[in-house]
Ligand binder design. Sequence first.
Ligand SMILES: Cc1ncc(COP(=O)(O)O)c(C=O)c1O
Length: 431
Amino acid sequence: MGIHADLLRRHREVIPNWVGLYYDQPISLAEGSGRHVMDAEGNRYLDFFGGILVTMVGHAVPEVVDAIKAQAEQMLHSSTLYLIEAQIELAERIAELSGIPDAKVFFVNSGSEANDTALMLATCYRSSNQVLAIRGSYHGKSHSAMAVTGNAAWSGTSFSPFQVTYVHGGYKLRSPFGHLPDEEFTARCVDDLRDLLDIAVAGVPAALIAEPIQGVGGFVTPPDGFFGALKDVLDQRGTLFISDEVQTGWGRTGDNFWGYQAHGVTPDLLTFAKGLGNGMAIGGVVGRRAIMDSYPANALSTFGGNPLATSAALASLDVLEDHDLQSNAHKRGAQLRSGLDHLAHDIAEIVEVRGKGLMLGVELADPATRRPDTVRTARIMEEAKSEGLLIGKGGLYGNVLRIAPPLSVTEAECDEGLAMLDAAVRRATGA
Ligand SMILES: Cc1ncc(COP(=O)(O)O)c(C=O)c1O
């Protein structure tokens, strides 16, 4: 029995069966360098998914590795009961980067916890347990994050700490308003939000939580300005806006440092995680001081903002800024986009290419009926793997390829990845 087969057998014995694995024959990634990884059986891949958009600056980047080693030798843990210099410095930097005036930051260990904290703050601040969320959203695996996840495949319980109302998002391809030009489409979604506020909620909902580009939802990308138009209505009612930037943050969308910046708004609260630690577990909330300070009891996070994770995050941010990786995301994103558009031109089953920067989605469906093509999407994933390319998938029906390499990806690697994807798609579609 091979290494992977043996690991899979053991995995199935002890890990719950709702933890999904990619591929008919799942693999274990044993080593990484730059944008490449090696599996436990010695196969090398170009990594265009970065462990779900976490590997932000690359695998085994010396500056990040050195920062982790140096901190590990000094002090691994102290807790939020003590002052932590790296945590304070990171909070100062994120408060500044957030674009939220006079902001404060609270660190946790994951995106789910970050959203959980933001929802707790917003509902306390507004004294309301009503929350608006977007259809097709994914906000995490904690009980409260699942409660605002508008995707039944990822939200397996109807128990909820909130009263949640789902509003229309920017998924034009499958929206009843999708045939309209962008401005009219947005206007219809705003009308619908107004209707819902009159019909479906009592008083003022605490917050709307939204991903500027939906991640798990399949890189669903609303027209620019979409959330600004929704926020105008929310502002009239006093409902807060929480931007879940767990996937869209740190310059990944190329045009902007945060996804919200495409919409002409400033969020009241912003949540982050994934790329910041480049693999170390870290997440957090940054928001307006009045909201951040409003929680009326004690709280701590034993591991949140720990010395190891915050040192890794500072080093990752340094690499990001020193190499202007946001600009790289913009340029390499344009290169990948043009290759994918070219492929879509030839392949009828690709019904949409969408996204921004290094967050690109390819939706597969029957060209005539638009019925989601989940099977072919899985086939392409397999073919890409056998070409030596790791990509992700998502979408409400598991029919969207997700392409999201580290922000340090090079021009040559994008060419190489496109060639592999081209071959995989053509084989899987018989084109
Ligand atoms: C937009 C978004 N929010 C929150 C989360 C939850 O993050 P975590 O898995 O770190 O809890 C995810 C995870 O994929 C996400 O994509």
